[in-house]
Design a protein around this ligand. Structure first.
Ligand code: GLV
Length: 306
């Protein structure tokens, strides 16, 4: 007969959990996280279980007060690249990691490339001629090597946009506040297209104003960063003047209010903040890598500075 009394009984240890707190299709994250994080419980919000079991939260719209109720929280993993809606400092020292998924960067690059091709091939001109049954007998000829795409905010995603445009034969220039070879106005002047990918912060609010837009001349601005980094009044003025077109995926206020003048301008394309879509199938692996980094005592790449 065994001596049960002498064998130590391991205390019950609840599996630590990763909480998926997203409103859209949370279930689509579950398999990817389970596959990449064996040993973790993966739970989907709204969560009503014991608060001390939550070690990681995967989310975008975060309620900081709710996060503070998780005493063992080790990290917040954002499901988006932008972090302007998060009070990162309020969570310190817990790392907040933004999502930089190569698949999302490709998604944004494809969006940008589509519009660069659309306008540089003159498809807008053909569409407008077609509505008048007009055959454009001498279409403007601009090969990719005649066109310069400038990327404002040449970080992880910007670099993919630059490489994608370059691969298709376009000239490219990157410009970041921390690294540039010319002034911002000269950058606008040298570009036919300016792709805005600047993250929003107090330092970048209305970074692009009348002066820069004037230097872009008859060019095109594609805003896939944040609406508030471009002065909207100056943009509307420029669109009524020389600026050929604005392709806008982001706005000062989203959804774009019904009474916004932008809806009416003939040289504006509006898309509903859809340029860089988060695909849980690829993003779950990126999020899991960040969690493993934190578990090993390392600071994940793309941790937001506080
Ligand atoms: C989208 O806007 C993002 O920040 O990922």
């Amino acid at each position: 007969m065994g001596d049960f009394g002498s064998s130590p009984i391991a205390p019950y240890c609840a599996p630590m959990a990763v909480l998926i707190d997203v409103t859209e299709h949370p279930e689509s994250w579950v398999n990817g996280l389970r596959e990449n994080l064996p040993g973790f419980e993966i739970v989907v919000g709204p969560y009503n279980g014991p608060s001390d079991e939550i070690e990681y939260v995967v989310a975008w719209d975060v309620n900081i007060d709710r996060l503070r109720t998780y005493p063992n929280l080790k990290g917040l993993l954002l499901t988006m690249a932008g972090y302007d809606r998060i009070e990162v400092k309020a969570l310190a020292p817990i790392p907040v990691v933004r999502l930089v998924d190569p698949a999302m960067a490709d998604d944004i690059a494809q969006y940008v490339l589509s519009w660069v091709i659309h306008f540089s091939r003159g498809f807008d001109i053909f569409a407008s001629a077609q509505s008048d049954r007009t055959w454009v007998s001498e279409p403007p000829i601009r090969f990719p090597s005649d066109v310069t795409v400038g990327v404002l905010g040449a970080g992880a995603i910007g670099k993919v946009v630059l490489a994608t445009c370059e691969y298709h034969g376009f000239n490219t220039i990157g410009w970041s506040r921390s690294s540039h070879d010319r002034s911002m106005t000269s950058f606008f002047e040298a570009s036919d297209f300016v792709v805005n990918l600047v993250p929003l912060s107090p330092a970048t609010e209305s970074l692009v104003g009348a002066n820069e837009l004037e230097r872009l001349g008859n060019g095109i601005i594609i805003n896939v960063g944040r609406g508030r980094t471009v002065d909207q009044t100056a943009l509307i003025e420029a669109l009524k003047g020389d600026l050929r077109w604005a392709v806008l995926d982001v706005f000062e206020v989203e959804p774009l209010p019904h009474d916004s003048e932008l809806w009416e301008l003939p040289n504006v394309t509006i898309t509903p903040h859809d340029a860089g879509r988060t695909n849980p199938l690829t993003a779950a692996a990126v999020v899991a890598t960040s969690i493993r980094e934190i578990e090993s005592g390392r600071r994940p790449a793309n941790t937001i500075e506080t």
